[in-house]
Design a protein around this ligand. Structure first.
Ligand code: SF4
Length: 143
């Protein structure tokens, strides 16, 4: 199995501690966090992904907004610059300990945060990074 993620969710998964828009959203996200923590690969996709899925039936979701597409583009560029490899739709990533550590170090330093501009969750994510990613639910396999 592969977890389908849009580019900016490569950032969001670093700070997920179980909070989110709706109960269905967080329940689904917790299952995805478990799958990633068990070592399932990520397939980067364009547009709504496995994390977005429960929101698509809501009337006020923003999964298809231009601002979110822009967030994906900026996140993709930042991840590419960090890892020195493509990070756009069609690319597979194995979320091992090294990947998560490199991503979290860069996120905490602010290097990956261009895509976070105007996100309502930004103060929460900044605080989680500042805490050393305490209580996050995506961890390295076995970690
Ligand atoms: S601030 Fe928003 S876009 Fe950035 S990681 Fe947090 S939830 Fe994701």
């Amino acid at each position: 199995m592969t977890v389908r993620l849009r580019p900016h969710h490569l950032l969001c998964m670093l700070t997920f501690i179980g909070k989110g828009y709706t109960a269905a959203f967080t329940e689904n996200y917790r299952l995805i966090a478990k799958r990633l923590s068990a070592g399932e690969d990520i397939l980067i996709v364009e547009g709504p992904d496995d994390i977005c899925a429960p929101m698509l039936g809501e009337t006020d979701h923003h999964c298809l907004c231009d601002s979110v597409t822009e967030r994906d583009l900026k996140s993709s560029e930042a991840v590419e610059a960090l890892l020195g490899m493509p990070a756009g739709p069609g690319v597979s990533i194995h979320p091992d300990a090294d990947f998560l550590a490199r991503m979290r170090k860069a996120f905490r330093a602010g290097f990956l945060r261009d895509g976070c501009a105007r996100c309502e969750w930004s103060p929460l994510c900044t605080g989680i990074a500042a805490s050393g990613f305490e209580d996050v639910l995506v961890v390295s396999p076995g970690g």
